[in-house]
Write a protein that binds this ligand. Structure first.
Ligand code: ATP
Ligand code: MG
Length: 563
């Protein structure tokens, strides 16, 4: 018990304490509130694992709420992919809500604020308003419109909503405190006009749209959220979140929630996820997609959920990663090597091994007389229970060019004329006898002899050699397009560098080779995982067909992660 308590993260500790104190009648309700203005990325998954994880663990519910208050950037395309990605990760939401469901209630609340003298219409430009904000140590300057009569505010706000005022010409501001040390209290904007873009759900019905600070807490409140968990940058917004709620709860109770005057959602913040060699901002990702710098949101180099999926990441590995990094109040940067480490560990146990030759040269076994034969190889060495596969063997094989040296010193254990024995993976022992070259001196064929009594799986198969090499039989070999992905950025923290982040892209983040692969891959299905021996872990790409096999490198075999 003691053990278990120690491993609780700080949000879980808060939840357990709230439960112990009988808060909210033991009700646990969270929400995941994405703005449908882009695809989910792995940073969002950290929030998803928290929001859904708390609900799962404490018998609560986590709802999905689309925070769709800015029609200029949002689209139903994003709504659909967000739902798909969350389901793929293995989480189940209770209900789906939209902030736009509350536009009427929020508008009515804004009217109430105006009538109570708590909000006013400002006609200054965004620049003027920003200039008057002051600094953390200097108070702001009051807008000349701050004290306009309530009637006038009402009339203007209604005119804003009727579409009579041009976009950008007026905003509704909360009248709080221009000298507050928390800058968010210096008359924050509650509403702005957006008439240039219809809303993806409400069309042109609304001309005014609520700002995050006015919409978020109220939405939590309407729904009955108990724990409103978000990232640390919202910590400074929390007093404002509470301020708006104070105006409609307790003695100001407006009956907008079924849970009574004392109920209030509580905001809690944890550290954002940042990962080396990538960016974690939808805005930057959108730019990469729009400018064709990547192949799309699901480009396997992208840190999006769909990109990771296409790269060959499994939901389990991504969730294991989140468990490992944990939740704290300290911002930091996570080594991308850790992400690669968890998927490697996952695939190590499950991905069948197959041979693929990336830089092929032909090997002819001069003393092989048969028509060819079928060998049986274990999918994962030493794990018979994980099944076997057939490997065609014959007189002519593809091997890696680098596995043969015409003249080798005694540190080279692979093929070279001069009597050294090398095992062909899951097959026979051979010895190189020579090679043939073209006019430019490139090796075109390697010659070897084999020992018919050395077949793997027979007694002679136990004979040890210093090297084992991979091979694929020529007649049965398939061609595969192999996409060798690497890190998207060349620098550890592209967001911290000066200048344009697009100049920091890794020019070698994708190399494509055509490989010779063993015929067992004819049965491979989209999303199947394999280890290509000595090459890394690969997944069958979404665009692969039976005629055109495409394999994406998920990660290399080498683990660079320093624990
Ligand atoms: P971006 O900065 O990429 O646009 P966002 O925060 O604006 O992201 P939202 O759709 O508003 O994106 O985010 C939904 C939820 O996901 C929020 O609660 C937010 O705190 C959380 N979230 C976003 N990015 C991260 C991250 N890097 N780490 C952890 N949580 C995140
Ligand atoms: Mg946001």
């Amino acid at each position: 018990m003691e053990e278990q308590e120690k491993s609780l993260n700080f949000i879980e500790q808060i939840v357990e304490q709230d439960l112990a104190e009988g808060k909210n009648d033991g009700r646990i309700q969270t929400r995941f509130p994405p703005e449908p203005n882009g695809y989910l990325h792995i940073g969002h998954v950290k929030a998803i694992c928290m929001d859904f994880g708390i609900a799962e663990k404490y018998n609560g519910v986590c709802n999905l709420r689309f925070d769709d208050t800015n029609p200029a950037k949002e689209d139903t395309e994003y709504v659909e992919t967000i739902e798909r990605d969350i389901a793929w990760l293995g989480f189940k939401w209770g209900k789906i809500f939209y902030a736009s469901d509350y536009f009427q209630q929020l508008y009515d609340l804004a009217i109430r604020f105006i009538k109570e003298g708590k909000a006013y219409v400002d006609e200054q430009t965004a620049e003027q308003i920003a200039e008057q904000k002051g600094t953390p140590t200097e108070p702001g300057v009051a807008s000349p419109y701050r004290d306009r009569p309530i009637e006038e505010n009402l009339r203007l706000f209604e005119a804003m909503q009727r579409g009579e005022i041009e976009e950008g010409k007026m905003v509704l501001r909360a009248k709080i405190d221009m000298a507050n040390p928390n800058m968010h209290f210096r008359d924050p904007i509650m509403y702005r006009i957006i008439t240039s873009h219809p809303h993806h759900r409400t069309g042109t019905k609304w001309k005014v749209y609520p700002m995050y600070d006015f919409a978020h807490g109220q939405s939590d409140y309407f729904e009955g959220v108990t724990h409103s968990i978000c990232t640390l940058e919202f910590e400074v917004h929390r007093p404002l979140y509470d301020y708006f709620l104070d105006q409609i709860t307790g003695e100001n109770f407006a009956g907008l929630s079924p849970y009574g005057p004392d109920y209030r959602p509580k905001q809690r913040e944890f550290n954002r996820l940042n990962i080396t060699y990538t960016v974690m901002s939808k805005r930057k990702m959108l730019q990469l997609v729009k400018e064709g710098l990547v192949a799309g949101w699901d480009d396997p180099r992208m840190p999006t959920v769909c990109g990771l999926r296409r790269r060959g990441y499994t939901p389990q590995a991504i969730r294991t990663f989140m468990d490992k990094i944990g939740y704290t109040k300290v911002e930091g940067m996570i080594d991308q090597g850790l992400l690669e480490h968890v998927i490697r560990e996952d695939l190590k146990e499950t991905a069948p091994r197959v041979c693929a030759i990336f830089d092929p040269v032909k090997l002819v076994i001069t003393n092989y007389e048969g028509e060819g034969e079928t060998l049986i190889a274990e999918n994962i060495d030493g794990h018979e229970e994980l099944g076997t596969r057939e490997m065609k063997f014959g007189k002519e094989l593809w091997i890696e060019r680098g596995d043969f040296l015409e003249e080798a010193d005694n540190k080279f254990y692979r093929l070279s004329p001069g009597g050294r024995e090398v095992r062909l993976k899951a097959s026979y022992i051979i010895q190189a006898t020579g090679c043939e070259k073209d006019a430019d001196g490139n090796i075109t064929t390697v010659y070897a002899t084999y020992d018919p009594d050395s077949k793997s799986g027979t007694e002679g198969g136990n004979r040890k050699t210093k090297a084992t090499i991979n091979w694929v039989e020529c007649n049965s070999a398939l061609n595969a397009e192999v996409r060798l992905y690497d890190r998207l950025f060349a620098v550890e923290n592209p967001s911290a560098e000066e200048g344009d982040f697009r100049d920091l892209l890794n020019p070698d983040s994708l190399k494509v080779v055509t490989a010779k692969v063993e015929s067992s891959l004819a049965k491979a299905q989209v999303h199947d995982h394999f280890q290509l021996l000595k090459q890394g872990y690969f997944v069958v790409d979404d665009d692969a067909t039976p005629e055109h096999l495409i394999l994406n490198r998920t990660c290399s075999l080498k683990d660079n992660y320093l624990k």
